[in-house]
Design a protein around this ligand. Structure first.
Ligand SMILES: C[S@@+](CC[C@H](N)C(=O)[O-])C[C@H]1O[C@@H](n2cnc3c(N)ncnc32)[C@H](O)[C@@H]1O
Length: 291
């Protein structure tokens, strides 16, 4: 997640950043019922592909490129009003579903899908994705082709809440072989118990042997969107590692990295976490043990 907006300094009530002065009003965090998709786009995506987003997109691409086969079913969970992670994934997955809690976010995605190539909102991110994949010049034609591929790959837009035990219903348990989730599960609550539960709920949709790419804010308990503060779970690298282990990921496949983004400190965070891993094949193992 990257930020280019000019917000007032010194008002963030979060751990890991300077505390607000004793006379300053410390605002409470908002609920996502009070979320404006366009404010979020303006604050975080209006100024091009900023450094932290370059890091996490390159991380996602590197992981997907390293897989021997294209993914069959991918899910982007907590997509917000953004397309860049789906644009990155579309070369590596035959179909992509997208889910988020806020209807206005999905409306933005729907509008982009419907608009076709006349909509240039995500061209800069597409250009960046293409530049990571190849040294070829990123012509307007290549950008248009990648976005067309993305429009074809995206199948369903789902309203979903990660606090539900089955966020997309029983039929989507163990369904996806790739889940990409950027800055969503950590942004639901300041309570780490909620974060752990939401991780478990989201990861119940990943198939055995399936791959996760996850991004989260590092050591942040609240982040700004325009004039509003939203919650964050104040995560460390160890928290993410422990959660993946607890959700049946193969230890040797788990990677958790910290990427510094000091330019974003005044927005509530100065590092982001990038994580990935592969879920174990439990049933096959159980069957082998029985034989
Ligand atoms: C910081 S934004 C991240 C959006 C996008 N993935 C990105 O990287 O810019 C957090 C997202 O989490 C979504 N969200 C918040 N609570 C949620 C919940 N309980 N279940 C699912 N999504 C939720 C919000 O609607 C919002 O789109």
């Amino acid at each position: 997640m990257s930020n280019s907006s000019g917000l007032p300094l010194g008002r963030i009530a979060s751990k890991g950043t300077p505390a607000a002065g004793p006379c300053q009003h410390v605002p409470e965090v908002c609920d996502y019922a009070d979320w404006h998709a366009t404010d979020y786009i303006d604050a975080y995506y209006g100024g091009g592909v900023l450094p932290d987003e370059q890091r996490v997109l390159a991380y996602q691409l590197g992981l997907m490129e390293s897989q021997p086969l294209k993914f069959g079913r991918a899910l982007e969970y907590g997509c917000g009003p953004t397309l860049h992670r789906a644009i990155a994934a579309s070369r590596y997955a035959f179909r992509i579903d997208m889910a988020d809690r806020v209807p206005g976010n999905l409306a933005q995605i729907g509008a982009w899908l419907k608009a076709g190539p006349d909509n240039t909102d995500w061209n800069r991110h597409t250009r960046y994705v293409l530049s990571c994949e190849s040294d070829l010049a990123t012509s307007a034609r290549r950008v248009a082709r990648r976005e067309e591929l993305t429009r074809k790959a995206i199948r369903n837009l789902y309203l979903s809440d990660a606090r539900w035990p089955n966020p997309l219903g029983e039929q989507r348990r163990h369904f996806y072989d790739l889940i990409v989730s950027g800055f969503c599960i950590d942004a639901i609550s300041q309570d780490q118990r909620v974060w752990r539960e939401c991780m478990r709920n989201m990861l119940s949709m990943l198939s055995e042997g399936g791959v996760l790419v996850l991004h989260a804010l590092h050591r942040c308990s609240a982040y700004w969107v325009g004039e509003r503060l939203y919650p964050n779970a104040d995560l460390s690298k160890d928290d993410v590692f422990a959660s993946l282990l607890a959700n049946d990921f193969v230890r040797a496949t788990i990677d958790v990295e910290i990427a510094p983004c000091p330019e974003n400190a005044r927005y509530g965070y100065s590092c982001v976490l990038m994580a990935s891993g592969r879920k174990a094949w439990r049933r096959r193992h159980a069957a082998t043990t029985l034989c």
